[in-house]
Design a protein around this ligand. Structure first.
Ligand code: COA
Length: 392
């Protein structure tokens, strides 16, 4: 409660600021649905492209609708040449998330404008952004390794084409499937911080490029999408499964947080974690190397144990980022790219939310209570000391 008697909700926890038809997070029971479909049904059965259709068009596609979407995604994957040329001049040490945010914003420069000089924000621009996001990341992976980017292939899925653009090799079914499932699980998550950011930006009638750029900027912090890369660094730091408990105790004793654990909404284990855990196991069996999976498994057990000892009245469970780390590491993706991969899935939700916001818009503009000093008389600069105080 503030001094004015108004309730201050720092972090907006539990505050309802809008409505959406896209997804529903039921934190108490650990359920996530996209337009009413449970992700427990979608993750093993639906392709990422079906989810793109579901979220953008409002229903699951029929075969010809899905073919049409795949054709459009395939046709829109290539980046404008000047942007690729610009990327080739970026410092090779640039953080992939900085590159993705900058180039995504740059796509607006090559997008047509209407008679009022404004970029169009419609479902086709959304598909364009979804299609190009993975191309940006794959191109940067090659450029920073001193290699030429590989042209996208229109005949592959978003997931398979991304892996192909990194290596020039069409991935195995199990690898493409793992990434596809990851994208399905990340596609939307109601009013999370980056999505809210996109909606706030769109509510000012800024265009979809601006809104998605804002979402990317918001995703990067390690209390949100940045936790994916941070969870990978954790696996690296743990090194071997037997060191997990010592590591977890060390983190807590320094007053830090165990990355990939805890969630604002879920009061039980994040429903996406079990699918990613299963995928991590499948990939490690396929590769014949279970290093990442084994470390993650023992770290989750150790974290549950020490977090419970630390706060007996609060249960903290693994979130989506926890098992993202072994899945993406097993796919050969560099740890500093994990947050970008999160964005390549979440771009679908961001776009859907921007279009939903624009369809029934009201400027989002909350209030704050003022807790600064009360105004005094203005003191001309000639009569002020260093600290803004009047000279004697
Ligand atoms: N490790 C250690 N302690 C944790 C923790 C974690 N991963 N997550 C929460 N806690 C503790 C906090 O320290 C806090 O303790 P305090 O009350 O003594 O200060 C308490 O649990 C509540 O944390 P709070 O940050 O208020 O909860 P929240 O609901 O806002 O937190 C997160 C949600 C995601 C920000 C938080 O769990 C976190 O920082 N997790 C690690 C980062 C992460 O994985 N982010 C990705 C989210 S999908």
């Amino acid at each position: 409660m503030s001094t004015t008697g108004l309730v201050v909700d720092r972090g907006l926890e539990g505050v309802v600021v809008g409505s959406t038809m896209l997804s529903n997070v039921e934190g108490k029971i650990g359920r996530l649905t996209y337009r009413g479909f449970d992700i427990d049904d979608l993750a093993p059965n639906a392709s990422f492209e079906e989810i793109v259709y579901l979220l953008l068009f409002g229903h699951l596609p029929g075969a010809s609708e899905l073919e049409g979407l795949k054709r459009e995604l395939g046709a829109r994957r290539t980046l404008p040449e000047p942007l690729v040329n610009a990327m080739q001049r970026f410092p090779k040490t640039s953080w992939p998330m900085d590159v993705m945010r900058t180039v995504t914003s740059g796509l607006a420069l090559f997008s047509p404008v209407n008679e009022r000089g404004e970029h169009v924000s419609d479902v086709h621009v959304a598909i364009e952004l979804i299609a190009k996001m993975t191309t940006i990341l794959a191109a940067w992976d090659r450029i920073r390794r001193g290699l030429e980017p590989i042209e996208p292939r229109a005949d592959l899925s978003q997931a398979a084409n991304f892996l192909y653009m990194r290596s020039g090799k069409v991935p195995s079914e199990i690898e493409a499937d793992a990434l596809d499932t990851y994208f399905v699980l990340l596609a939307d998550h109601s009013f999370n911080a980056s999505t809210f950011s996109a909606r706030v930006t769109a509510s000012t009638r800024a265009d979809i490029y601006a809104a998605i750029t804002a979402a990317l900027a918001t995703l990067q912090g390690d209390l949100h999408g940045g936790a994916a890369s941070a969870a990978y660094n954790t696996l690296l730091a743990v090194e071997t499964p037997d060191r997990a408990e010592t590591y977890a105790r060390g983190v807590l004793s320094r007053g830090e947080r165990i990355m990939g654990m805890g969630h604002r909404e879920y009061k039980v284990r994040d429903p996406r974690a079990k699918h990613l855990e299963a995928m991590a196991k499948k990939l490690s069996d396929y590769r014949g190397d279970s290093r990442w999976y084994d470390i993650a498994r023992s770290l989750e057990d150790a974290s549950n144990k020490v977090l419970q000892e630390n706060k007996p009245d609060k249960k903290i469970y693994a979130n989506v980022d926890f098992y993202t780390a072994p899945v993406l590491a097993d796919l050969g993706i560099a740890g500093d790219e994990f947050t970008c991969l999160f964005a390549c899935g979440r771009i679908v939700g961001w776009s859907g939310h921007v279009l939903e916001q624009l369809a029934d818009n009201r400027l989002i503009r909350p209030q704050a209570t003022y807790v600064g000093p009360t105004a005094g008389p203005f003191i001309p600069i000639s009569e002020r000391t260093q600290n803004g105080v009047a000279k004697k």
